[in-house]
Design a protein around this ligand. Structure first.
Ligand SMILES: [Zn+2]
Length: 311
């Protein structure tokens, strides 16, 4: 039985991506209203606070606020979300009103920038991803999709209930396939107009209803680049809280080589030899071309293929 897993790398590849460090115990099997009410009312609870899409921090390395501090900012009186527990202490996510005046010492940052900077511990970045996805879902799903009545948060944020028709609604996660297609010694990379200058990355797209991961990889690669894909191998996944995606990273075997680029999606798409990819990862490319940063699963796929990091 053990041998069945022997080919896997010592460190799970998904552990190496940004947003993967969440250590909060969700205890979903105990998520009932009494437990949630006790946790939300616990004076020792710790709070992750957002103002709009901005993460609040007390210092560059401290994003957790006490219940009293959160209360002073008006956050505890809103609709807090119970993320779970750490060492028995409830950890909660809450919104601070845009109208609330903040002390100048409180830092406000975009979560994507925080994840790239690396000043905040990975365990916080992961918990903030959980928080941001849930807060965003509640912000966009205030009404029952069956009957249109205003719905009510339940189970500490893991469900919304309709008081009119009784429908229950659950937070969503949207799967996205992201793939490094290779013909062996070359990798297929593309560039979207919104990318930072010089950045080339893996192709990606939303999985559609009724599709396998492998079929989505083949369809998206062909649609965006015209390249046909044979075999597909899963590599790693990454929570991507912008707003509620899960990136599913795969390697894809190219069985054709002529590129027909989707000109709306991509402003450039070509094959990159392994040595050129290595220079892009190392930041030594003569034309300044580069990959996304290491926190992005695209970087991990590219690096694993180029054998510049453990698989
Ligand atoms: Zn309803």
């Amino acid at each position: 039985m053990v041998r069945f897993f022997d080919h896997l790398p010592a460190v799970e590849p998904s552990r190496r991506v940004g947003f993967a460090g969440n250590v909060i115990e969700r205890r979903s099997e105990h998520r009932d209203e009494a437990t949630v009410a006790a946790a939300l009312g616990n004076a020792d609870a710790r709070f992750y606070l957002f103002r709009g899409d901005k993460v609040l921090r007390k210092s560059p390395t401290e994003p957790l606020f006490s219940a009293r501090e959160a209360g002073d900012l008006g956050a505890a009186g809103g609709q807090p979300i119970l993320l779970g527990w750490r060492e028995g202490v409830p950890h909660i996510a809450a919104l601070v009103s845009e109208a609330t005046a903040l002390a100048p010492s409180i830092l406000q940052s975009d979560l994507r920038s925080l994840a790239s900077e690396g000043t905040l511990a990975g365990e916080h970045i992961g918990a903030l991803a959980q928080a941001r996805s849930l807060l965003n879902w509640h912000g966009r799903h205030g009404f029952c999709s069956m009957c249109g009545t205003a719905s009510v948060m339940a189970l500490g944020g893991y469900r919304r209930d309709c008081p009119n028709c009784g429908a229950q609604h659950f937070p969503r996660t949207d799967p996205v396939v992201i793939m490094l297609a290779t013909d062996g010694e070359r990798a297929l990379l593309g560039r979207q107009p919104r990318f930072q200058p010089g950045v080339f990355s893996c192709l990606a797209g939303f999985l559609e209803p009724g599709e396998t991961i492998e079929d989505a990889v083949r369809r998206e690669t062909q649609e965006e680049s015209g390249i046909r894909i044979g075999r597909v191998r899963y590599h790693a996944s990454q929570p991507w809280p912008f707003p509620t995606s899960l990136m599913i990273g795969c390697f894809a075997e190219a069985v054709s080589t002529d590129i027909r680029r989707d000109e709306e999606e991509l402003e450039a798409c070509r094959w990159f030899p392994r040595e050129e990819v290595a220079a892009m990862l190392a930041g030594t490319h003569p034309d300044g071309l580069r990959t996304p940063p290491p926190m992005a699963i695209a970087n991990r796929l590219i690096a694993a293929w180029a054998k510049l990091s453990p698989p």
